[in-house]
Ligand binder design. Structure first.
Ligand SMILES: Nc1ncnc2c1ncn2[C@@H]1O[C@H](COP(=O)(O)OP(=O)(O)OP(=O)(O)O)[C@@H](O)[C@H]1O
Length: 577
């Protein structure tokens, strides 16, 4: 575990300082206790020899002074180390996460990452400098006492020495059980938290169904499961805890029996017997007390493993000589196969989008359209085949350089809780007012800005919730214009927008596609977008089923024609009253 903790921190200096200081105090404590032997030997005689005892008493006094001074220093050093370790770990994890493939950021992982950065780092740093240091004391004091006992009588030192590794083995078992129980409890706690959120959000439905106060069956199940896991955890921890205490007490009992036997057979004098039994008690106390920290040690082990797992998440491989500029904006898939898990999401996909053209991706849900756009931006690496941009494999590029030439318009656009202008400027912080307004006009965002109470200075709320889905997509398209990205990947909203937004978003996408400098891949759901495409790639179950121009494919009457007619048909639907 010490190795694991040492690895977790990129600069373990503050940790080393706390451990060295605590270690020094523990050894000093053991040595000061060892002074009992010569002092008692000098004083517990028929005629006490004060002259012989004096140097040891002076040494003891100096030792106590040093110990006192170290006790004063240890508090601020521990506090500073706690702060420094938590802060450096947070920064390190944040830096590491920026190098992970974007595909890593699933909802569940994002939640776990936030908890690790905000909570786990602080708790781990605190446990390491407090519980870790106390456990170190709990081991080093007994080990020093064993060394002192060796000097006085090796026969009693042997059982003490044998107790230490056996106790440590039992302790390790105990904290490992605690770590595994913590893991189990976290699963149950997450389930309860999830059900509690669901319970809160579903109150209107539950009340309407008459279950407002009694709760849902799922919530009750989650609470029962939590209780059951807790009980099981306590049962699992009982045996390792008892076996640890048993080992320590057995070691003490053996020393006691041997000491009495040696005293009776005359091979150990009374004064040494007394001193060694006092030392044995001080051996048992800290070692026995270490079990009280087993749950802290278990939690520390569990949290350190969690941080280490995050640190070990592989980053995207880097090319040794990365290409730093996209020369031209063509895109080519060549026999690409890719899977997220077992089942391939794309199989042997090949197609080409010449620079300056617009390609519409069509296909049923789950056919792999979004995956194609993710691979262009290198959110993931292909399993086989290659994705080329400007004739260069995307793996050969410096990733930020590749992304600087790509704009992505997602279906669900996330906006930051700041003004609409700031949100747009993310794409190009140095854009002039004219550039900003031109981008807004092209994306039909100008109409939205005019309507907003504070125009460009209107705050859009958390996630952009003050704007409708279509309006947020217009902000995202305006970003693509402002960024002057030569490659734009668009996931057109599949769900129905209100007629005004529908027309505006379609027009904005057509405006993007019209620029001959720009290569656009659009996951198209609307006839207007399909009609604006130069080229269509139809996918089904991860395979390319058709490619060609929209007019050609309409004529052949395949998948594309069927989807196009479905879209047209859906568009003609209206509700009559
Ligand atoms: N992050 C992921 N992890 C695991 N599997 C995924 C992930 N994303 C997509 N998939 C799976 O890969 C396949 C292709 O998904 P993809 O999202 O590319 O399809 P799509 O055509 O864009 O679908 P839709 O139109 O519904 O968005 C599907 O089977 C999907 O379940």
């Amino acid at each position: 575990m010490i190795g694991k903790l040492y690895r977790v921190w990129p600069q373990p200096g503050p940790l080393l300082r706390v451990w060295l200081l605590t270690g020094a105090m523990a050894v000093l404590q053991g040595l000061l206790l060892g002074l009992l032997v010569p002092i008692l030997r000098a004083l517990l005689r028929a005629e006490p020899d004060f002259a012989a005892a004096t140097p040891w008493l002076v040494t003891g006094a100096v030792g106590l002074l040093v110990y006192g001074a170290l006790s004063v220093i240890v508090m601020p050093v521990t506090f500073t180390a706690h702060m420094a370790l938590a802060s450096q770990l947070r920064q390190h994890l944040m830096r590491h996460v920026t190098t992970l493939p974007l595909g890593w950021f699933t909802g569940q992982r994002k939640g776990k990452f936030v908890r690790t950065v905000t909570n786990v780092t602080g708790v781990l740093a605190q446990l390491t400098v407090t519980v870790g240091a106390e456990a170190l004391t709990g081991v080093l004091v007994p080990v020093t006492i064993v060394a002192v006992t060796f000097v006085v009588d090796w026969r009693l030192a042997i059982p003490l020495l044998a107790t230490v590794p056996l106790a440590l083995l039992a302790l390790r078992r105990s904290w490992r059980t605690t770590a595994s129980v913590s893991d189990d409890m976290e699963v149950a706690a997450n389930e309860v938290a999830g059900r509690a959120i669901e319970f809160g959000q579903a109150q209107p439905v539950l009340r309407a169904a008459g279950h407002g106060t009694t709760g849902t069956a799922r919530m009750r199940e989650a609470l029962d499961d939590h209780r059951e896991r807790y009980r099981r955890g306590l049962r699992r921890m009982l045996f390792p805890d008892l076996s640890y205490s048993g080992v320590v007490m057995a070691g003490y009992a053996v020393v006691l029996v041997l000491a009495v036997q040696f005293l009776l057979n005359g091979s150990l004098v009374a004064v040494d017997t007394i001193a060694l039994l006092v030392l044995a008690v001080r051996f048992v106390e800290p070692l026995g007390g270490t079990i009280d920290h087993a749950s802290g040690l278990g939690a520390m082990d569990y949290l350190a493993t969690r941080v280490e797992n995050l640190q070990r998440t592989p980053t995207l491989p880097h090319s040794p000589n990365p290409v730093r500029r996209v020369e031209e904006a063509s895109i080519e898939f060549s026999h690409v196969t890719f899977s997220y898990g077992e089942k391939p999401a794309l199989s042997d996909v090949s197609f080409r989008c010449p620079a300056g053209t617009t390609t519409a991706l069509v296909g049923p849900s789950g056919s792999g359209k979004t995956t194609v756009t993710r691979l262009v931006a290198r959110f993931f690496d292909v399993d086989s085949g290659s994705v080329r941009v400007g004739g260069v494999d995307v793996r050969e590029y410096d990733h930020p350089a590749l992304l600087s030439d790509i704009a992505i318009v997602f279906q669900d656009v996330y906006l930051f809780d700041t003004t609409i202008e700031e949100n747009l400027r993310l794409a190009n912080p140095d854009a002039t007012r004219e550039e900003l307004e031109a981008a807004a006009r092209a994306a039909r965002l100008d109409e939205v800005v005019e309507r907003l109470p504070d125009g460009w200075n209107t705050r859009v709320g958390e996630g952009g919730m003050q704007l409708s889905g279509g309006e947020r997509q217009r902000v995202s398209i305006a970003r693509a214009f402002l960024k002057r990205a030569r490659i734009v990947l668009i996931d057109e909203a599949a769900s129905a927008l209100d007629p005004e937004n529908e027309g505006a978003v379609s027009q904005a996408i057509v405006n993007l596609a019209r620029d001959p400098q720009r290569t656009v891949i659009v996951i198209a759901h609307r006839p207007a977008t399909l009609a604006a495409a130069d080229h269509v790639v139809a996918l089904d179950a991860g395979r390319v089923t058709e490619t060609g121009s929209p007019t050609e494919l309409l004529r052949t009457g395949g998948t594309f024609a069927r989807l196009y007619n479905q879209y047209e048909h859906a568009r003609s639907w209206h509700v009559t009253t």
